[in-house]
Design a protein around this ligand. Sequence first.
Ligand SMILES: Cc1cc2nc3c(=O)[nH]c(=O)nc-3n(C[C@H](O)[C@H](O)[C@H](O)COP(=O)(O)O)c2cc1C
Length: 155
Amino acid sequence: MATGILIYSYSGNTLAVAERIKAAIEVTTGEQAKIERIMAENAGPNSGNPIILKDIPRIDQYDRLIIGAPINAFSLCRAMTMYLSGHAEFSGKHVGCFITQHFKHSFLGGSNGLKQMVGLCEKAGGEVEQTAIIHWSSPKREAEIDDAAALMLKV
Ligand SMILES: Cc1cc2nc3c(=O)[nH]c(=O)nc-3n(C[C@H](O)[C@H](O)[C@H](O)COP(=O)(O)O)c2cc1C
């Protein structure tokens, strides 16, 4: 099954998780997984300007999509929200979703952002089969990343 790991990452945490998921998929299945990064202008934490998506990866070649993004201000980050709202076509695809957030508790943004992400993926026609939240400041972070990678293998 062709797997794309489609992420937005500003400071690298979401990318680091994507790399661990990629490694888990490749080691376990022997198949390649490709990380596809959404890039955006004005997506920085201090920018109040409208976001412009610069790189919008093509995803039609993937049967399985793992979508990952950070939380900003208790919500799904603006770049991923914009991508999923306007550019996603996930019909017939198996989808897994993961979120990275700073705080240890999902109620400080993760649950809300994940709900937004799942809703937008389903609106785009995808079937979301697994979800995960990684709490960056948690002492359990490494275990959470391992668990997320194991879950995404089931997508
Ligand atoms: C502007 C801004 C707002 C943020 N808001 C939240 C938040 O509401 N809750 C939270 O847990 N983390 C918050 N974070 C932390 C990020 O979600 C977290 O560091 C994430 O892992 C960053 O992912 P990235 O390195 O892939 O960009 C915020 C970070 C920034 C820069």
